[in-house]
Design a protein around this ligand. Structure first.
Ligand code: ITT
Length: 198
C-alpha cells in the first residue's frame, strides 16, 4: 500500500512518512518524481491550493494523490503570512528569511497580542472521483526569538503554551500528536479504508 503526496517540502515529507506508517502505508513524494511539473498555487485559500496540487498530480500520474497546503496565520498581522507562508520573504522559499520577516513585523508587539495558528488542509484526489478535503489547526503564540532545532518552517518561533516549548523543541511524535497536520491526518485516517478501497 502506498500513496503519493504532492509535496516537494522535505519537512512535510518526513512528517507524512511517520503519520502514514501508523496505517501501514508507504509514502512517496514529488521528491521521488522529479520529472512531474510544478503546480502553480494560484488559489486564495489553503483549501483551493490543496485541491489544485492534488488534482494536478492525480491527473498526471493517474493515481491516488494527497496534497497538503498549510501555513501560519498571525492575528496581529491580519492573518498573514497565511497562504503565502512558504514564500513570505520573497520568491525563493527560505525558512530563515521568512522567520526574520515575521519577527521584524512583530517587533514591539506584546506577548498577549502575538497569538497565531497553523492551518493544514489535505486534499485527496483520485482520477474520476470527487476530491475530498480534511483540515486541522493548532493554536500558539509567536516568540520574540528562535528556539529549538526540530521540525521546519516557522516551528522555532511557534510557542505551544501546553508544552512550554516551541514547536521546534518538540520531538517529532509529540509534534504529530498536536499539530495542524496531525489533526488533519486523524480525520483522514478515519476515511482511509474507504479511500484506499478497503
Ligand atoms: P509544497 O507545496 O511542495 O507542499 P510548500 O512549502 O510550498 O511545499 P505550502 O505552500 O503549503 O507548501 O506552504 C507551507 C508553508 O507554511 C511552509 O513552507 C512553512 O513555511 C509553513 N508551514 C506549514 N506547516 C508547517 C509546520 O508544520 N511547521 C512550520 N511551518 C509550517
Amino acid at each position: 500500500n502506498k500513496v503519493i503526496i504532492a509535496t516537494k517540502n522535505e519537512g512535510k515529507a518526513k512528517e507524512f512518512s511517520s503519520l502514514f506508517a501508523e496505517y501501514g502505508i508507504e509514502v512517496q513524494t514529488l521528491l521521488d518524481y522529479p520529472s512531474l511539473p510544478d503546480v502553480e498555487e494560484t488559489g486564495h485559500t489553503f483549501e483551493e491550493n490543496a485541491v489544485l496540487k492534488a488534482e494536478a498530480i492525480a491527473n498526471e500520474t493517474g493515481q491516488l494523490v494527497i496534497a497538503d497546503d498549510s501555513g501560519l496565520s498571525i492575528d496581529a498581522l491580519d492573518g498573514r503570512p497565511g497562504v503565502y507562508s512558504a514564500r513570505y520573504a520573497g520568491v525563493k522559499k527560505d525558512d530563515e528569511a521568512n522567520i526574520q520577516k515575521v519577527l521584524a513585523e512583530l517587533k514591539g508587539v506584546p506577548e498577549e497580542k502575538r497569538t497565531a495558528r497553523f492551518h493544514c488542509v489535505l486534499a485527496i484526489a483520485r482520477p474520476g472521483e470527487k476530491t475530498v478535503t480534511v483540515s486541522g489547526s493548532c493554536e500558539g503564540k509567536i516568540t520574540s526569538e528562535k528556539q529549538g532545532a526540530n521540525g521546519f518552517g516557522y516551528d522555532p518561533i511557534f510557542w505551544m503554551e501546553g508544552f512550554k516549548k516551541t514547536m521546534a523543541e518538540l520531538q517529532p511524535e509529540e509534534k504529530n500528536s498536536v499539530s495542524h497536520r496531525g489533526g488533519a491526518m486523524k480525520k483522514l485516517g478515519a476515511l482511509l479504508p474507504e479511500i484506499m478501497g478497503g
